[in-house]
Ligand binder design. Sequence first.
Ligand code: DLL
Length: 439
Amino acid sequence: MIWSKEETLSKGDMRSLQNMRLGEIVKRVYYLVPFYKQKFDEAKITPDAIKSVDDLKKLPFTCKKDLRDNYPYGMFAVPMGEIVRIHSSSGTTGKPTVVGYTEADMNIWAEVMARAFTMGGVTSQDIMQNSHGYGLFTGGLGFHAAAEKMKVAVIPSSTGFTSRQLLLLKDFGATALTATPSFALHLAEVAKNEGYDIKKDFKLKVGFFGAEPTSIGMKQEIANVWGIDYHEIYGMSEIIGPGVACNCKYSKLLHFQEDHFYPEIIDPETLEVLPEGERGELVVTTLTKQALPLIRYRTGDITSITKIPCKCGRTTARIESIIGRSDDMLLIGGVNVFPSQIEHVLSTIEGITLHYQIIAKKKGYLDKLEIDIEVDESIMTDDVARLENIKSKVAKALLNNLYINVEVKLIAPKSIERSEGKSVRVIDERKSSEQNRLS
Ligand code: DLL
């Protein structure tokens, strides 16, 4: 089933809709948001110069810093009386990013999430346990609203309280689960430890996961351990929250809701728009949002886009899973590597788990990468020969696949703190030593 007719528009009809919506949004930001008026004036562009999405490249980019500089409400295009919801992302440094929604924006959000749930076969007959954090994070309430819109019985379990979550999962009989991938894996680990028979005790059929880069190996592990169809949801607070893109049953690529959000892929260095199929940074223009319309917003997420039609009948453009954020990319001895690529290699090796921590260090002038990985519970921690063998397999696989030299440390099961939301996989000690030197 397909939720809405916009998902199957012909290329020409989609383009006309996008062009019309872009014309309107460009006028709105120019006349209603002083930040954009100034930017357009500096670039000597008036809204009537933007006649189609092909003209987008004339417009300046917007980045996270612009939102921070206009903290908290300076980028809003409607008066506070029309705002019905405020979310914000914590941000590891500096001020949080604040996003607002009008009632119409809330409807768009529920609409795109309903499209995503439909891709996973969810109907009003389902019961959904929503283990995304409720609060300022857009995960919890974003999933919740769409479930209610579709008359799916939603259990707002939020994150944490793992044992209780498992009890609810069993007794309330959820057929769909939503969580961050790291929390889904943690839930499964605790379920096993608490003696649940995962395939028998739970009724789950499908899961929706997102919010953090995840390797194919980890997705497979989650799908296998829970015995579910794994659907990936992509999104970010600035654009709307979860629901910007999701994969259907036929494809690992994620259908992009391009009647609401116009995607471009740029080279993050030259800022040139890249052709279909090439990897680069995703840039999004919101076409319908009222409270916080954004023009050419640089997401920092690295992906590629294809317009090849999908077997499911949807005609929307699709993106590949985000391989990482441009600012998470590690530069180790001249080699670029994303944590999700490391995770993928780890997922191919027996005897270890996907609970790991990557530590980037400086030794003298050289970059060093250490990976602490929890061994599988089946491995005896005093079987030194076996441990040495696994260590060398991991190091060789990383060298052969990603060309990086890594110091591998195998650690006891359950020694890395589990994440209830987005997991922090990388500790870059080089950044803090650099800051120490400068301060
Ligand atoms: O993470 C929204 C969301 C909630 C998406 C739940 C999916 C599920 P933010 O907290 O603003 O919003 O973080 C946005 O998270 O720029 C990506 O770097 C990352 N991200 C989101 N979805 C995925 C995904 C939510 N499927 C940032 N794969 C984005 C990889 C993702 N990274």
